[in-house]
Design a protein around this ligand. Sequence first.
Ligand SMILES: CC(C)(COP(=O)(O)OP(=O)(O)OC[C@H]1O[C@@H](n2cnc3c(N)ncnc32)[C@H](O)[C@@H]1OP(=O)(O)O)[C@@H](O)C(=O)NCCC(=O)NCCS
Length: 183
Amino acid sequence: MAKVKTASESLTIMTNIVLPNETNSLRNLFGGELLAKMDRCASISAARHCERRVVTASVNHVSFNHPIPEGGVVVLESKVSRAFSTSMEVYVDVWSDDPINQKKIHTNSGIYTFVAVDEFNRPIPIPDMIPETEEEKERYAAAFRRKELSLILSGRMKPLESVELKKLFQEPQEPQTSKKDKK
Ligand SMILES: CC(C)(COP(=O)(O)OP(=O)(O)OC[C@H]1O[C@@H](n2cnc3c(N)ncnc32)[C@H](O)[C@@H]1OP(=O)(O)O)[C@@H](O)C(=O)NCCC(=O)NCCS
């Protein structure tokens, strides 16, 4: 197995049509159905990255910005955004695609954490991940903060133990003035 992989090696694309039994009373895709699709897509990306069995450790963030109507085409695209020691963050983007009018709207995104496990469900090391595009680099840079937040919210880390997250709440330091400046 490669020790380092690119984000694009974990790219997973799932395209489905929204069926009536997947919709809510407004005849739009039901949120829980979409979450299941996102989890499936993201888990394939995670397994592609580490070439191991993976489990969902956390759903860190999901936003629902636009509804996807019955009969519409839903496209999910996921990639590993950062690999840590045994866990990895996976970013899922969702689009509503209208092939007749050729309109594609970004409707949702979600951020998941997966852990690679052995046959006894024990976490095991995974390859590093190198971001290449600008978007991959931005997501990679912010992933450590999100990991810390997820660990705090799940009670696995105390807020004061965080490194990157704490920096967001710290007052900017006043530049130190020398005696010469004060004259
Ligand atoms: C996820 C699981 C394997 C972690 O096992 P564990 O013995 O607690 O392992 P650790 O504490 O060593 O954590 C392993 C990694 O997961 C990360 N992790 C665990 N919980 C996390 C969370 N809520 N958010 C972000 N990362 C998390 C840890 O930071 C660690 O990452 P690192 O090694 O890359 O630094 C275990 O909790 C589990 O099996 N959970 C059930 C998973 C499941 O059934 N999912 C299906 C959906 S319900």
